[in-house]
Design a protein around this ligand. Structure first.
Ligand code: NAI
Length: 334
């Protein structure tokens, strides 16, 4: 029996979480889900967006599955997602993008992994008001932060039989911060002589990705670029509804979809749970439950191959529940 913290988030969060938990349970694996709150719902109950109970649960279980949580835009409380990643020092964010069967996209040979530094950069939210009309935003990058994410990227590439790691920066302009990221990458690369390496500026990368994505393999980059580029990569293979991610630290890990709480489609029963489900597959592999992970992945691929029960974002007509029930049916047949 595993103890795993479960955060069902906001917007479409509770709908997709229910689907994913039902699918995982149908594999027969025994998980005790410790349900916790963050964000606005936590604020109502605990008067805090990241309550102590949630922190204690993740500290104890060392693993969490998390649905998206709403962050007010341009005002209000700071992102609890960012707070969680920093609190637990989840420094590596892994975001794979690979074509799925039957999902037509401009390219059919995409197999990319974005490895995003997850705790530093402008994303740390360090901003101050200098005067009424001037804001000072700080891009915080440390050598230790650059070295450990570059090390992680090479290790990941090696363990997953990848051929090439490309570093993505804007070191022509951000000569100090991105310059240090690039230098650390070059240093770390020396320890992996058999791994092919590449260097590219973020603006050129975006153009190259939409013209010829298969030239890339594993890409490592600072936080903000990783946030943006991984959405682009999700778009290349079918959209945000299918994109998964893992936030990995030394002691614990939180698995979540790449997308947000999608308030535009919340409570309509049409959200695609695939992103969160594939994040759960990453989680099961992480805890060495590869049999359950494989069952889910096989069933998911079957449902995609048949193409009869896809959700609206993938041009289908199935509801969240119909899509999930189809996966559960397939798992039972396996
Ligand atoms: P979003 O990712 O929630 O939505 C962007 C578009 O993708 C929308 O049209 C939405 O309907 C669609 N979409 C996203 N997930 C989908 C799914 N599973 N199935 C079908 N369609 C899906 O991004 P947006 O609207 O910019 O942000 C909404 C909120 O989510 C904001 O408060 C933002 O801060 C938060 N957010 C939270 C994240 C997290 O908890 N890790 C990550 C990104 C955003």
């Amino acid at each position: 029996m595993y103890n795993i913290t479960l955060i069902d988030g906001d917007g479409i969060g509770p709908e997709i979480t229910k689907s994913v938990v039902d699918i995982i349970d149908s594999t027969g694996i025994k998980i005790n889900w410790d349900e916790c709150l963050i964000g606005s719902r936590a604020l109502e109950k605990y008067n805090k967006t990241l309550p102590d109970d949630t922190i204690k649960s993740i500290e104890k279980n060392k693993i969490a599955l998390k649905a998206p949580s709403t962050t007010p835009i341009g005002e209000g409380f700071k992102s609890v997602n960012v707070e969680l990643r920093r609190y637990f020092d989840l420094y590596a964010n892994i975001r794979p993008s690979k074509n799925l069967p039957n999902i037509k996209t401009p390219f059919d040979n995409i197999d990319l992994v974005v490895i995003r530094e997850n705790t530093q950069d402008i994303y740390a939210g360090l901003e101050e008001q200098v005067d009424n009309d001037t804001i000072h935003g700080i891009k915080l990058i440390t050598r230790q932060g650059c070295e450990r994410i570059c090390n992680y990227a090479f290790k990941y590439a090696q363990e997953n039989n990848r051929k090439k790691v490309t570093v993505v920066t804007k070191a022509n302009i951000s000569k100090l911060a991105d310059g240090m990221f690039l230098k650390c990458f070059r240093e770390v690369a020396k320890n992996y002589p058999s791994m092919e390496t590449g260097e590219i500026l973020i603006d050129n990368l975006c153009m190259q990705l939409v013209q010829n994505p298969s030239q890339f393999d594993v890409m490592v980059m600072p936080n903000l670029y990783g946030d943006i580029v991984s959405d682009l990569c999700a778009g290349l293979v079918g959209g945000l509804g299918i994109a998964q991610s893992a936030n990995i630290g030394k002691d614990c890990a939180i698995f979540e979809a790449v997308h947000g709480s999608a308030p535009d489609i919340a409570n309509k029963g049409i959200a695609n749970p695939t992103g969160l489900l594939r994040s759960a597959v990453m989680m099961l592999n992480y805890i060495n439950e590869s049999t359950s992970a494989q069952k889910i992945e096989n069933a998911l691929f079957e449902v995609f191959k048949e193409g009869k029960f896809l959700t609206k974002d993938l041009k289908g007509n199935a509801s969240t529940k119909e899509f999930s029930n189809e996966i559960i049916k397939k798992i039972r047949l396996l």
